[in-house]
Ligand binder design. Structure first.
Ligand code: HEM
Length: 139
């Protein structure tokens, strides 16, 4: 019996993890996440400047992909509130794009510490976006 519970618990966990990344938006976000992690690690390294600018290019493309998609929670939003919900989603994605534009400008001007500082804001934007748009809900 104990084994059965363990099995079910693992299964439930697996389904939950799979569902978050299985959506088209989850996949686009994961792509952005990977590039962002690498960028964060090496953003202040002047030797990696060209590589970092390339990563920013990739991230910008992922943000555009994300903007073409809708959060999986959208069908649960009452019809009357949907336009505002989606407008707010796009606005918050635009703010993220703006943060990367700030990083890009700083990097081009060799202001590596300024570029690094933007990551704090990005973490807040990610956290708020995921809360407001139910990224971590079971779908
Ligand atoms: C700032 C950088 C961001 C990163 C690195 C990021 C990363 C991710 C990752 C890795 C996932 C999929 C796996 C998981 O559940 O954790 C995800 C899902 C999601 N993210 Fe983001 N995210 C960011 C910002 C945002 C913002 C600003 C919003 C909203 C405006 C947002 C909305 C969502 C939603 C709604 C999902 C769930 C997918 C779905 O609904 O189908 N994220 N994000």
């Amino acid at each position: 019996m104990k084994k059965l519970f363990t099995f079910l618990a693992i299964l439930a966990l697996g389904v939950q993890v799979a569902s978050a990344e299985d959506t088209p938006l989850g996949k686009a976000m994961s792509g952005m996440n990977k590039s962002m992690r690498t960028l964060k690690k090496q953003v202040a390294d002047p030797a990696k400047k060209a590589e970092n600018l390339e990563l920013i290019g990739k991230i910008k493309a992922s943000i555009e992909d994300c903007k073409k998609l809708e959060p999986s929670y959208t069908p649960k939003v009452p019809a009357a509130e949907k336009p505002a919900f989606l407008a707010k989603y796009k606005e918050q994605m635009d703010s993220v794009a703006q943060s990367f534009a700030t990083i890009e400008t700083a990097l081009k001007a060799d202001k590596f510490d300024d570029a690094k500082a933007v990551f704090e804001k990005l973490s807040e934007q990610k956290e708020k976006g995921h809360k407001d748009f139910h990224a971590d809900d079971d779908k």
